[in-house]
Design a protein around this ligand. Sequence first.
Ligand SMILES: Nc1ncnc2c1ncn2[C@@H]1O[C@H](COP(=O)(O)OP(=O)(O)OP(=O)(O)O)[C@@H](O)[C@H]1O
Length: 243
Amino acid sequence: MSVLLEVKNLKKQFGGLVAVNGVDMRIAEGEVIGLLGPNGSGKTTVMNLISGALTATSGEVLLRGRPVQAMAAHLRAREGISRTFQLVRLAPSLSAGDNIILTLAFGRKPIWGRAARERAEQVLASVGLAGQGGATVQSLNYIDQKRLELARAIAPFPDLLLLDEWLAGLNPTELRTGIELIRSLERTGVTILLVEHIMEAVRELCPRAIVMSAGAVIADGPTAEVLADPQVVAAYLGDFEHA
Ligand SMILES: Nc1ncnc2c1ncn2[C@@H]1O[C@H](COP(=O)(O)OP(=O)(O)OP(=O)(O)O)[C@@H](O)[C@H]1O
């Protein structure tokens, strides 16, 4: 499998705080990887450095071997990087379909008009929102807003999908639905990097996990092995002690 994303010696400093401290990762096309770690370990910052929401203090982000670390977020989106946000970010007064159409107009290989409407319908159906294109965001319940957020992210056919705690806040039944939805995305071949605290989901979805602690990667490998790694267990225990 060819390498889709490579992160080399990535650092991010916020004033005196080093949030990400020399992170390296290589992700092959089609992989589904869990990015784990206790609160404050730097996971969201790494996602932001990959998507372009933040600029790295130093280091490289390579997409198919091409450096993107200096590019703005919207340009990285055009290169095929897409993301969801921890808190759903949709235009609340617009309809579900228009939220997707808006993304398609400004996204990768921009489309509009009939093509955009058709793609919106197709992608809404693929997340379980068939026929809901006319519903306003604010009329949708929480899980359906999450579905829409996912539809928005996958509409422009990204190569790399960054899911930041997309499953958070779902009840047990919705969680099953959410896991199955991510599974269905995996089958489309999109590469997925997901930050997730729900271990049941990580075990089911991610053959590989990368664990961060205090801004650095402390483990990277098959999920079951990584979760049994004494250093990983200690990092999480430390988190509980400070909770
Ligand atoms: N914009 C910012 N300005 C200053 N400090 C920040 C900023 N964003 C994150 N940090 C700090 O960087 C560190 C890493 O935060 P980050 O959100 O990446 O961790 P995380 O692993 O995603 O945590 P969580 O699981 O709680 O979401 C934390 O100490 C956090 O307070």
